[in-house]
Design a protein around this ligand. Structure first.
Ligand code: SAM
Length: 241
């Protein structure tokens, strides 16, 4: 996968993309990430990327010219999904991460100030993504969040593909509780079933716990999850208290 990120703060990406899983994916050649300084696509002495809003009002708006030029230069002949990070976008989810993980090329535009000129939205971008209902200073952290969640889904990036099928949201549920050594810690013991070596019972316990946890913390997810008849009875029981 080729990822291009257009930003006025290219240095921000140095730490997060130089560590851990993303670094491994880059080193393995599974993803290439190019960070582009939007100011390199300006033509005035001050490398201006913003201007005041027509109609008045506070703050500045990112000019369309440098953004169009950046995307068109970067894209060359190759088609790419052009994603704008914005609080007004679709809420980013694991399903969207899965959809993006199969794409060959993604281009991200990080906004700043009051956001980007509307003509960028209309003429350039193919998707708008928000990482949640809050407003950040810029799109850089949002781009990092999206890239991280997408890159770990690219085949070969994670050591064990199994962890993808077991983790939160993969089956529509939150993940079951996890334990590691020691067996007893500050008076709390690991549930006996996990020590039993009985894989079937462990799987059943985990599924049951995942349903209980989802019911307590994210009941909205249960509405969209496929449950067996027995699991539906469990949820009904939880509802009745
Ligand atoms: N005036 C804009 C509004 O009310 O929607 C907010 C602009 S915000 C201060 C500057 C930039 O940060 C946005 O253009 C966007 O790129 C990014 N940003 C802020 N919050 C975000 C979020 N929740 N998800 C994705 N990007 C966000």
């Amino acid at each position: 996968m080729l990822v291009d990120i257009i930003t006025i703060f290219p240095q921000m990406f140095q730490g997060p993309f130089a560590e851990s899983l993303i670094k491994r994916a880059v080193d393995k050649g599974l993803v290439r990430i190019n960070i582009h300084n939007l100011r390199d696509f300006t033509h005035d002495r001050h490398r201006t990327v913003d201007d005041s809003p027509y109609g008045g009002g506070p703050g500045m708006v990112m000019k369309p010219g440098p953004i169009f030029e950046a995307v068109e230069t970067i894209k060359g002949e190759g088609a790419a999904d052009v994603i704008l990070l914005t609080p007004a976008g679709d809420r980013f989810t694991q399903q969207i991460a899965r959809d993006l993980a199969v794409k060959g090329r993604l281009t991200f535009i990080c906004g700043h100030y009051e956001g980007v000129d509307e003509r960028v939205r209309e003429g350039l971008i193919t998707r708008e993504l928000s990482i949640g209902d809050y407003v950040m200073t810029g799109g850089e952290l949002a781009a990092m969040v999206v890239v991280d969640a997408v890159v770990r889904l690219i085949p070969g990036v994670l050591g064990s593909a199994e962890s993808l099928t077991e983790e939160s949201f993969s089956s529509g549920l939150l993940e079951y509780p996890q334990y590691t050594r020691p067996e007893a810690f500050r008076g709390q013991r690991v549930p006996e079933v996990l020590l039993s070596g009985n894989h079937e019972e462990v799987a059943r316990w985990r599924r049951d716990q995942a349903i209980r946890r989802t019911f307590l913390k994210r009941p909205d997810l249960l509405e969209k999850t496929h449950l067996t008849e027995q699991e539906r009875r469990l949820v009904a029981g939880l509802r009745e208290g």
